[in-house]
Design a protein around this ligand. Structure first.
Ligand SMILES: NC(=O)c1ccc[n+]([C@@H]2O[C@H](COP(=O)([O-])OP(=O)(O)OC[C@H]3O[C@@H](n4cnc5c(N)ncnc54)[C@H](OP(=O)(O)O)[C@@H]3O)[C@@H](O)[C@H]2O)c1
Length: 286
């Protein structure tokens, strides 16, 4: 069963593919990475999340070029919607936000080339830049949309106050924040609620614990006990919980392995009881 949900004017599979692990440290060989994307499409998936900074080198764009290649080689590649992000740069030591207008415009033009598209389906501000008013960064995205370079505007790693300010500038299609059973800040601070009230899709990143902490979540004693009731994994319990939180919720599950892709697609079949939902809602954050 594939659960489909609406992001702006488009229906997409509720469980998308988070492509980040295919291009960071520990990434598989390109042929395996392309196979992961192809098997996701074969399983019915049509929504992939990327970012210009998901790259194994200092230069951005590895992940976007990988996705473009994979889609061009699959007979159904054209039905897949790709979301990407700009507004963060590699400094040599780590990632740092850069939401200045010129940097955002250049990043978007480069992503158009790397994804090999005329227009980007969903372009997300990767993170607010503390040195730039969010209205200014979002204003650039509004102009890119008006120029036809991007179809929809998304925001990532934002709090409720930032979302409220951005929504005054233009129509926001989606918010992408970290959310899983031990990371519920976006529930607590009202972002998820504001998205619901304004018809904004919420895209949960790091849904099964994230790049660094998925093994820790999989080992969580309380979650393991709950997962046992459904003869499922903690990862799939987490995805099912997210999907059941609300109808505007999307999940982008990362994968280096085909097995992870297929497992995440099966999570759409899992229906959790109200008391299990409550138990997970009550778990304290890490
Ligand atoms: N906006 C942001 O700042 C931000 C930050 C972080 C992530 N993201 C986005 O969110 C996506 C997801 O986050 P993530 O990749 O960090 O972490 P994640 O989705 O929590 O996944 C982490 C790892 O868990 C394993 N896994 C995933 N689904 C599974 C399942 N159903 N059953 C068993 N194992 C499963 C995969 O391992 P294997 O690799 O072994 O297959 C995967 O690499 C990223 O790919 C990226 O697109 C965005």
């Amino acid at each position: 069963m594939t659960l489909r949900r609406r992001l702006a004017d488009t229906e997409l599979t509720a469980v998308g593919l988070g492509a980040m692990p295919l291009s960071l440290a520990g990434a598989p060989e390109p042929a395996t990475a392309i196979d992961v994307i192809h098997r996701f499409i074969d399983a019915g998936g049509d929504f992939i999340d990327s970012a210009n900074v998901y790259s194994s080198t200092a230069a951005p764009g590895d992940n976007e070029r990988l996705i473009a290649r994979a889609l061009s080689q699959h007979p159904q590649g054209r039905r897949v919607h790709v979301a990407t992000k700009g507004g963060v740069q590699w400094t040599g030591r780590g990632w740092r936000a850069n939401g200045r207008p010129q940097a955002l415009r250049q990043a978007c033009e480069q992503s158009l080339r790397d994804l090999d598209v005329e227009r980007i389906f969903l372009y997300q501000l990767h993170a607010p830049d503390p040195d730039v008013d969010i209205s200014e960064s979002v204003g650039v995205l509004r102009d890119l949309q008006a120029a036809g370079r991007i179809a929809h505007i998304g925001l990532s790693n934002i709090d409720d106050a930032q979302l409220a300010r951005a929504a005054e500038v233009t129509s926001i299609a989606s918010v992408q924040n970290g959310l899983h059973p031990r990371r519920k800040q976006s529930l607590a601070d009202g972002v998820v609620t504001r998205c619901r009230e304004h018809g904004i899709a919420f895209i949960a990143h790091s849904p099964v614990g994230g790049y660094h902490d998925h093994a820790r979540l999989a080992d969580d004693k309380e979650l393991r006990q709950l997962a046992q009731r459904y003869v499922t994994s903690v990862a799939n319990l987490a995805i099912a919980w997210l999907l059941q939180l609300d109808e505007h919720m999307f999940v982008i599950a990362g994968a280096r392995r085909v097995a992870s892709v297929l497992a995440s697609q099966r999570a759409m079949e899992l229906a959790l009881d109200a008391d299990v939902m409550r138990s997970i809602n009550r778990l304290v954050d890490w």
